[in-house]
Design a protein around this ligand. Structure first.
Ligand code: NAP
Length: 281
């Protein structure tokens, strides 16, 4: 029977490291790490995320500034707000919550963030640098996957890693991070032929498709490590891509949904903020 990876424990460890770093820069440099989170409109999910991050930031000793804009804000107003925060030495991280209302050029607004303050890895520069193995910051979901895998302490070099899902925010950066760990990476998507056959070669299988319980034991090699990124709603419950009950006897390690990848992302975001502070000292 496979082991469930204790992601909560990993998250607590990262948070305690962040608390230590925050206290250190406060003592040594008289700096309070500060992030501004820009929210446009009243998307329910974004407001929830905004409030949750605010709460965690305060627990960690981080100053969290909420910049809320009405859905009718103009692109120019948003750009000038970002420029102002870019120039403000007391702001170390800038986040922009998505989605935006339709009239705003999302790419232009995100790329206005100073890459050295882009702790959510939203700019093309940040993402491009990751692809050149020269990261400014790691994107939080991909970093969560990689951190969970690293926590197992298993040899990764030369192993087969199969990632299902090729989105810019999850699949592609995760592929880059697995490549940097010297695994042999296969990136799959909805047009992949023989997905079962490819997935069942994987020593490490990462699924990020958002199809509840899609991955059953036919996709799993015996002894594989399985990381489930998917979060969908099934019968009113948050459910992962992986059919846990069907695969648990075949895997060596597995992350659950909920209680898996999502548990680490906020902690990793604030770890990025600590790195951003160091860039300012
Ligand atoms: P996305 O942009 O919708 O991308 C989904 C990817 O899955 C696409 O590349 C798509 O292929 C592929 N796909 C869909 N159905 C497939 C199938 N049957 N077989 C093979 N590939 C298939 O989604 P995302 O933003 O990457 O997110 C993926 C999942 O992770 C979602 O459930 C999301 O909620 C979750 N998520 C969780 C966290 C967390 O913190 N836990 C963070 C971010 C996302 P094509 O490219 O060919 O369309």
């Amino acid at each position: 029977m496979g082991k469930i990876i204790d992601c909560k424990q990993i998250s607590l460890k990262i948070k305690s490291e962040v608390i230590e770093e925050v206290q250190k820069v406060k003592q040594d440099n008289n700096i309070t790490p500060t992030v501004v989170s820009i929210l446009v409109g009243n998307d329910y999910g974004s407001i929830y995320y905004h409030n949750m991050q605010d709460k965690t930031a305060r627990e960690l000793g981080i100053n969290f500034i909420k910049a809320n804009f009405d859905k009718n804000v103009t692109e120019e107003e948003l750009l000038s707000c970002i420029r102002k925060y870019n120039d403000d030495k007391l702001i170390h991280g800038i986040m922009v919550l998505l989605p935006f209302p339709g009239n705003i050029n999302k790419k232009k607004v995100l790329n206005a963030i100073n890459p050295n303050k882009d702790i959510d890895c939203l700019t093309d520069i940040c993402m491009g640098r990751l692809f050149k193995s020269d990261k400014i910051f790691y994107p939080c979901t991909a970093n969560s996957v990689a951190t969970i895998i690293d926590s197992l302490g298993i040899e990764l070099e030369g192993k087969e890693a199969v990632i299902i899902g090729r989105s810019n925010i999850v699949g592609k950066p995760t592929a880059m991070m697995m490549l940097d760990r010297n695994t042999t990476v296969t990136l799959c998507h909805s047009r992949t032929r023989n997905l079962e056959g490819i997935a069942s070669r994987a020593d490490i299988l990462i699924s990020a498709i958002g199809k509840p319980k899609y991955i059953n034991s036919n996709f799993i090699k015996k002894g594989a490590v399985v990381i489930d990124v998917g979060t969908s709603s099934l019968n009113g419950k948050i459910t992962g891509d992986v059919d846990f009950d069907d695969v648990i006897d075949k895997v060596s390690y597995i992350s659950t949904v909920p209680g898996g990848v999502g548990t680490l992302t906020t902690a990793l975001l604030f770890k990025n903020l600590c790195e951003a502070v160091k860039k300012c000292i």
